[in-house]
Design a protein around this ligand. Structure first.
Ligand SMILES: [Zn+2]
Length: 206
């Protein structure tokens, strides 16, 4: 039985031909390369890169920032802090809405501002990782990640602007709408993170 590895997520497929679509990340057969096994040791066929992007040394010298992002895994690092703060902002807001504490509301607002300010780093490192590690593959999984990121940015921006325009939003009639936006934001951020986890770990449990 021949073996094929998805170059996008690392999923291993067994069969005479690569699958029509990777079950983990949705990449097409053109993203699969055959794994050639010889007496216990595994050799992966060299993928031919027309633009010479495969040259690691050259890449390191050429794209300083991109190389830095890849080498130090800056995207997951850039994502984890705001991803941890965002649910906290929602919890603080919920407490403020239920118990009516203005300090929880303030904590929530500052947390949202922090997450919003972190978004450029999240997007930039994510874009570089997508281009470099996954060759900018336009598969479903990246579509979902990009869509979810747009939702996160839009909802965060809406909340921060709303709160600036109306500092009393947490006690206004629209407070539950405001809260609902924060729930959508955290759900979208969770979805983007889940898809990232699928990309990195998806191939190891299936
Ligand atoms: Zn895949």
């Amino acid at each position: 039985m021949r073996k094929w590895e998805c170059t996008i997520c690392g999923y291993i497929h067994e069969g005479d031909e690569p699958p029509k679509e990777c079950p983990v990340c949705g990449a097409g057969p053109e993203y699969f390369k055959e794994i050639i096994e010889k007496e216990g040791e595994t050799l992966t066929e060299q993928v031919v890169q027309p633009d010479g992007d495969e040259d690691g040394g050259k890449q390191e010298k050429a794209g300083g920032l991109a190389a830095l992002v890849m080498k130090h895994h800056l995207h997951p690092i850039a994502v984890h802090t705001p991803n941890g703060v965002l649910p906290l902002a929602v919890v603080f807001l919920f407490i403020a809405l239920v118990l009516g504490g203005s300090s929880f509301e303030k904590a929530s607002f500052y947390s949202l501002v922090f997450v919003l300010l972190a978004m450029p780093a999240v997007i930039m490192t994510g874009y570089i990782a997508w281009q470099k590690r996954y060759k900018g593959a336009r598969t479903k999984i990246f579509g979902i990640k990009i869509g979810a990121t747009i939702v996160v940015c839009a909802t965060l921006l809406a909340m921060v602007v709303w709160r600036i325009v109306d500092p009393e939003v947490a006690t206004s009639a629209g407070r539950w709408t405001y809260f609902l936006i924060s729930v959508v934001s955290v759900a979208a951020a969770g979805l983007a993170g889940h898809m990232g986890g699928k990309l990195v770990f998806g191939s190891r449990d299936g």
